[in-house]
Design a protein around this ligand. Structure first.
Ligand code: 13P
Length: 250
């Protein structure tokens, strides 16, 4: 049985003061182990968040990782550095990095490998644009994005992945995929995994991301292949994030 994972992606938001308030609120929302909960925070705040979350069940994650191990890569952050700060997860291939930073699926695959090599769980994001959906290319687009990672990862590591389906048109727009639309894509992704390794496919958590909120979370999370959420805007308000976690417990 797959556990549900509710992960916040804070993106480039926060401050020392605001994070303290948010983390204090999140700590009030957890309290049992029914749902996996994580926050993926900006790199400069990893130390603050690691300290604040110590002794809680909330897991720490980062939003990006270098393809390289160390060296002359100005501005990059390595997997070992994230590991040093107690990260368990790192998001790779978010559509904002693909579109604003030119990350190709080949780069995303290398980032997933770098994460695994550092003992981190990569949260591999895939998703189609509105044009691609309208052209009925969703399955082909997300399938190719996923295959690039599956081709690179060792068979023994497939079960260590987390996948996030994030339709680009639903991110930060208030437009959510319907539970049925999301489920259909999640099923495509799981079938793609199963074509490599049925056992791994049954274990991998596939998250939905894109305007997941307290009022739509329960319906999305009720779908057979939706194993959690990757939450942007609603992860910045403790009351909203906690309400999504509560919906996941149902
Ligand atoms: P929103 O929840 O703000 O739409 O963001 C989703 C997202 O991009 C999470 O990675």
């Amino acid at each position: 049985m797959r556990r549900t994972l509710i992960a916040g992606n804070w993106k480039m938001n926060g401050s020392l003061a605001a994070n303290d308030v948010l983390l204090a609120g999140l700590k009030q929302g957890v309290g049992d182990d029914l749902v996996d909960v994580a926050v993926c925070v900006p790199a400069p705040y990893l130390a603050q968040c690691a300290a604040a979350l110590q002794g809680t069940s909330i897991r720490l994650g980062a939003q990006d990782v270098s393809t390289s191990v160390s060296g002359a890569y100005t501005g990059e952050v390595s997997g070992a550095m994230l590991q040093d700060f107690g990260c368990r997860y790192v998001i790779v291939g978010h559509s904002e990095r693909r579109s604003y930073h030119g990350e190709t699926s080949a780069v995303v695959a290398r980032k997933a490998l770098a994460a695994l090599a550092a003992g981190l769980t990569p949260i591999v994001c895939v998703g189609e644009t509105l044009d691609e959906r309208d052209a009925e290319r969703t399955a082909a687009v997300v399938g190719a994005q996923l295959d690039a990672v599956l081709d690179a990862v060792a068979a023994t590591d497939l079960a260590k992945l987390v996948i996030a389906y994030e339709p680009v048109w639903a991110i930060g727009t208030g437009k959510t995929a319907t539970p049925q639309m999301a489920q259909a894509v999640h099923a495509v992704l799981r079938a793609r995994l199963a074509a490599r390794d049925a056992e791994a496919a049954s274990q991998v958590q596939i998250l939905y991301g894109g305007s997941m909120k307290p009022d739509n979370a329960a319906d999305l999370l009720a779908m057979a292949d939706i194993d959690g959420g990757l939450i942007g805007g609603a992860a910045l308000k403790a009351a909203d994030f906690n309400a999504i976690i509560a919906a996941a417990r149902q």
